[in-house]
Write a protein that binds this ligand. Structure first.
Ligand SMILES: *Cc1c(COP(=O)(O)O)cnc(C)c1O
Length: 426
């Protein structure tokens, strides 16, 4: 069971909304930092452990700065993400570039920054050599194919476009060695939003065993393994969070069994967790503006799937609470919907909730808080249907509120158009 908390009460929200009208995202700095420290404590058995926060989960430089101050690096997959990491003060090998179908210009940018380049394919060795040139340290992404089960969001490794096969890895490290590369790393990313601890332990063991095999077959010594992202969060109250101590305890056991006593010890451990770092500590706050009753009862919000598309995209569950009505009985069953002209724009379907008051009834309307939106939330937003994405607020440790991204305006929406050109056009 996971208690679904929200750090602000209705009165505090009313005050915030006077300055920053809904909808908005709000992130809890204190909770993020406490979570990061729990993770670091659990991994303290591996002194060189580092998490490279997956920038795509929450690409805001203020958040990245908080994480950088805690010793985290970044995992980037595009040029703008590399720039965000740099903006946050991250440097050199604290930044990883794990991308695929990568343009030469992106490799060049990563190389200039001294970021760790994680190659997605055997053919990219030569591509990198011919374009940006081979750096001293290179990482490969492994795709275990049929050797590892996938999960619902990421799919089966066998059907996934990412990474090297086992044979290609062996050939690849040998080739790098021939070409004079000095330092080597190994990466995989096989699951997304996976709550099963055994699954993640198995991934670590798989990489440990592979590092041993690589050493035996090629003489290449892997410096660190990167277990990727994909640790799940309990979106549903009846789910439990991954216990970090249990996880690292078992990873250590696998390490002792597979790596200790080989020439690979000490082997560095890295992760590129995104979702479980910030996900539970971000909320989308909207207001109920309309209510309608046809074949079902609907509550219409001032936010829509352009602000948070996980429910529409994956049928994902996001818990909903109504500030001021936390203890109220769940007497109603609603579809809670946004304004997009797509019928899958529903934050919740047939959800039991307290009776919700709307702006059309009482002028303001209840706040509707959508939980676990701190990762892959605002970041996946879009402008389809002329929707302007909402802004982001940060609840600081001292209780103050800072706007860390303003809401979009119509000017932003039109910014890529040459409007003068339109005027003179036929
Ligand atoms: C998305 C992604 C991550 C982060 O995944 P989470 O589920 O947010 O932990 C890490 N690494 C790679 C390569 C990714 O594509």
């Amino acid at each position: 069971m996971t208690e679904k908390k929200f750090p602000l009460d209705k009165t505090a929200l009313e005050k915030i909304a006077q300055k920053y009208p809904t909808p908005f995202y709000v992130y809890d700095e204190k909770a993020i930092i406490e979570n990061v420290r729990r993770i670091k404590a659990a991994f303290s058995v591996f002194p060189s452990y580092k998490n490279h926060f997956a920038v795509k989960a929450l690409p805001n430089p203020y958040i990245l700065k908080i994480l950088c101050a805690e010793g985290f690096g970044a995992d980037c997959s595009s040029y703008p993400e590399l720039l965000l990491a740099e903006m946050a003060g991250m440097k050199g090998e604290d930044i990883m570039l794990t991308s695929n179908e990568t343009p030469a210009s992106q490799y060049e940018a990563a190389r200039k920054m001294g970021a760790v380049i994680n190659l997605d394919d055997f053919t990219h060795i030569e591509f990198l050599e011919k374009t940006a040139g081979l750096p001293e340290l290179i990482s490969f992404r492994y795709n275990p194919g049929p050797l590892k089960e996938g999960n619902a969001i990421i799919g089966k490794p066998e059907e996934s476009k990412y990474g090297f096969t086992r044979e290609q890895l062996i050939k690849g490290y040998s080739l790098l060695k021939e070409k004079g590369v000095k330092r080597f790393a190994l990466h995989t990313m096989v699951a997304s939003n996976e709550l099963s601890v055994p699954y993640h332990i198995e991934t670590a063991r798989m990489l440990f065993e592979l590092a041993v095999e690589i050493k035996e077959k090629t003489g290449v010594r892997i410096e660190f393994v990167n277990l990727g992202g994909g640790v799940g969060i309990p979106y549903k109250p009846e789910q439990d969070a991954v216990d970090y101590q249990t996880l690292t305890g078992s990873i250590q056991k696998a390490y002792n069994e597979v790596i200790k006593g080989t020439g690979l010890d000490p082997l560095g451990i890295r992760t590129e967790w995104g979702r479980n770092i910030t996900g539970p500590y971000g909320w989308l706050v909207a207001r109920a503006i309309h209510k309608k009753e046809i074949y079902r009862k609907y509550i219409g919000l001032d936010a829509c799937m352009a602000d948070l598309m996980r429910p529409a995209l994956y049928g994902a569950y996001h818990h909903i609470t109504i500030p001021g009505k936390e203890a109220a009985p769940l007497t109603e069953v609603y579809d809670v919907v946004g304004s997009l002209c797509e019928n899958n724009d529903k934050f919740a379907i047939q959800r039991s909730l307290p009776k919700i008051d709307t702006a059309s009834e009482n002028g303001t309307g209840d706040f509707v808080v959508i939980h676990d939106a701190g990762a892959h939330g605002r970041a996946m937003g879009f402008n389809y249907n002329g929707k302007l994405r909402c802004g982001e607020l940060l609840l600081r440790q001292d209780g103050s509120i800072v706007q860390i991204r303003r809401p979009e305006t119509t000017e932003d929406y039109f910014a890529t158009l040459d409007l003068a050109g339109v005027k003179d056009f036929c």
